[in-house]
Structures are given as structure tokens and as C-alpha cells.
Write a protein that binds this ligand. Sequence first.
Ligand code: FAD
Ligand code: SF4
Length: 462
Amino acid sequence: MDMFKKIPVGEQDAKVRATNFEEVCTGYTDEEAALEATRCLNCKNARCIKGCPVSIDIPAFIQQIIAKDIEKAAEVIAESSCLPAVCGRVCPQENQCEGLCVRGIKGEAVSIGKLERYVADWAREHGITPKLTAEKNGQKVAVIGSGPAGLACAGDLAKLGYEVTIYEALHEPGGVLIYGIPEFRLPKEKVVKPEIENVTKLGVKIETNVIIGKTFTIDQLFEEGFDAVFIGSGAGLPMFMGIPGENANGVFSANEYLTRSNLMKAFRNDYYTPIFRGKKVCVVGGGNVAMDAARTALRLGAETHIIYRRSEAELPARVEEVHHAKEEGIIFDLLTNPKEIIEDEKGWVKGIKVVKMELGEPDASGRRRPVEIPGSEFVIDCDTVIMSLGTSPNPLISSTTEGLDINKWKCIVAEEDNGQTSRDGVFAGGDAVTGAATVILAMGAGRAGAKGIDEYLSAKRA
Ligand code: FAD
Ligand code: SF4
């Protein structure tokens, strides 16, 4: 065994998986996990923990894998995270725990994410569920949104003895985990639903099909007897480019396209949800969402292009996702920017006019600014365009809640360490506050919000 390299993890062959929605990564076997765990140096000053937004005691759970006590390993993780099988699959570990692992200085970091996934999958398969800890304290908290921020906040509060109800606008809980991230990266029945059930086993109630700001307002939640409110409503409002032709038939936002496929199961033949199965699809954007939309379109049978205005080095998507997308046959048209969507006489997309770009001086984001090369326009024939340019928070809650400050990006203003907003008793965290970010940052914010609410309500009890 080469101690400088990760034990490779099993994956479906690229050609086979490009035609199905089964999970790409098959995870470590017992033997592989045990071997990978021995690469951990059990550092005294474990840098990996500092890289984890929910501060999982990483060396402690890895030592339990070495000791072959996987149940204990799962307990260590459960102290900090209620969604380990999710995070083990989708966290950008290369920028977080693994990015700081000392093994990474001279070789490859310990495969912390894959080990977390291994432990979480083992716990689920062996029926291990979280244990209730505190007596009920009689105080009630409403949580808006059932994504990672809301679930983490609700789980922590339930463990502290609060009566927690999550209100979710959609008919299924889970936020982006259910409607956004595709099945081939994050299986819903096998992984997401059991982890949400673990949160409800702590006593958290989830009411779906309730839109706060429409069905009830935050003021009405207080009138109903809730003592505090946490807003974890995410950032689900898609952005568009504002170029000619964007209203043509066959142009979708990535959110709509992925929701049809993931939440409404359009990829399955036994569901009636319609989805446009294009022959040639252009996805505009370079983030994780763009990769997910492109890989979904590919699996639905299309030749699929990613159109991105900067170069490969600036692609914001995770390296693993770009690598997988390329292996599966996605075509990357880099340093290319859309100018216009071209329609046929019936208003359907028939192509996209683009222009070649080059990189100029760095802009405010520190990345080199893409600049158009004059006269380099050309048309890519296609029948579908999926816009994946980012999302922002829906203003419904802020516009129906008196005294709730938002910033110029329509994000709710909240303290980082406790989620406190400008409105007394109202806390917030996750994408609703930061704009589109990551699962684990949303969970970290949910946990911070729970701590803030506990401090606020404990003071009221005293
Ligand atoms: P969300 O997950 O958006 O959940 C918010 C919930 O609130 C939703 O269920 C919504 O329906 C509900 N809601 C909204 N308004 C209301 C209302 N008025 N009343 C009631 N309920 C409401 N992150 C990663 O770490 N790794 C990845 O690989 C990754 N891939 C991604 C792929 C896609 C396609 C997308 C869209 C995002 C991805 N992300 C990824 C980002 C990550 O999923 C989000 O940052 C994270 O889910 C944010 O969590 P949240 O709880 O703040 O919000
Ligand atoms: Fe183990 Fe790496 Fe964390 Fe050190 S930094 S404890 S080697 S995972």
C-alpha cells in the first residue's frame, strides 16, 4: 500500500453510468475503509477539524474505524452532523477538511469524505438511529425550510428539548438535497430520506406544502405561540442573462430542469412528469449546478455542451464533478459566452449565438475578467438551453416580515455566530443569508442558529 495515495474508491464505468441514474460512486468496502483509515496520523492538533464547518472530530471517528467499532464512529460523527451520508457524498472536502489534512502536504489527503460516507452508510444499513437526549422544555420554535440549514437547526433544538416544527413550501422535505442534486450523486430513497427521518425521530415535526409569507406570515407564527423562528429558506430564485431569445420554448433555468427530474422524477418511466428530452443541449454556466444539469441532460439522451465564459482553471464546480462530467462525454466550450438564443419560426430554440472570450485583468472577485474577442461570434445549433447562472433568495419572506433587514442581494442580514436577524426572536442561516453556498456551510449556519435561539430562549426561561 502506498501511504502517500488515497485508497481508490469504486465507481460505475463512465460509459455505463452516462446512460443511467444509478449512483456514480459505489463507496468503500469494509477492507478499503479500514486500510484508508490507517493513513490518518491522528494528529494532536488536527487541522482537518478546523476545515470542517460543523467541526466533526475527524481523527476520533477515523480511530474508531481502525478499532472496527463503526457504531462508535457513527456516534462521534452524530455529535456534530445530522446528515453525514449526504455530506460524505457532496461536501467539497478538497477545500475543507481534506484541504487542511497534513497527509496532503507530501501526498494525497486522507479520504475523509469517503470514510464519513462509509460510516454513515454502515450505520443506516445496521439500523443505528440518533438517541434523544433532553426532556421537553415547553418552548416552541418554528423553522422555515427543510434544507440542510433548517434540518441542522431543528435537530439541534430538538436535542436541547425544544418542540420544533419545520414548515416546508414543497411537498417533500430536504431542500436542494431533494429537488436539486441529482440521484446519481445523491440517492433520495437510500440516503436523503433516511437522514431526514433521523431528524424526525428526534421529535421534529415537518409540515409540507406550507409557504411562509403566503399560507402564514412570521407574525402569525408568533401569534400561534411559537417563541422563536429560524429562517432557512435557501436561495432558489434563478437568474437569467437578459439576452434576446431567452423566452423561447426550450430555454429552462437549471432549477426548473433539475426539479422536474429529481423532485418530480421525470427521469423515471413510471412517472408522468414531462421533461424536454433535447437532442443537443447547451448548459450555460460552470458551477456544480451546471454540471448537474448537463449530466442529467446527457443521461436523458442528449449531446451536451457546457458553455462557460472563463477557462477551465476558473470553473467554480468541484474538480471531481468536472472530471466525472468529462469522463461521461460532456463537451466543454470554454472561453465562450452567449449573445443571443436563436428561435425557429414557431418560437422554439434552434441555436445559440456565442462569442469567444479571452482573459484580461483580475476583477473584484480576484479572477481574470473575461473579455470578448471582437468578430469571433458563431452559432452552436441546439434545441435546448439550460441557464445555470446562479440563484438568489426569494424575497417573499423578507417582503412579508416587518423589521427584517436584507442586503442589496436580497439576502437576510444575520449574525454569523448565532443567526440573530434585525427582528427580535427571528434567526436565519444558510443560503437565505449567504446566497448560494454549500450544504455543510448551511448546516453550520443552522447549528449556529440553534445555539443563538437556545441562548435567547434560555434567557427568557430564567
Ligand atoms: P435549501 O437547501 O435551498 O432549502 C431551503 C428550503 O426552504 C427549500 O426546501 C425550500 O422549498 C424552502 N422554502 C423556501 N421558501 C420557503 C417559504 N417561504 N416557506 C416555506 N419553505 C420555504 N452544495 C454542496 O455542498 N455540494 C454540492 O455538490 C452541491 N451541489 C448542488 C447542486 C445543485 C443543483 C444545487 C441547486 C445546489 C448545490 N449545492 C451543493 C448547494 C447546496 O445544496 C446549498 O447550498 C444548500 O442546500 C443550502 O441549504 P439551505 O438549507 O440554506 O437551503
Ligand atoms: Fe488524520 Fe489528516 Fe486529520 Fe491529521 S489532518 S488527523 S492525518 S485526517
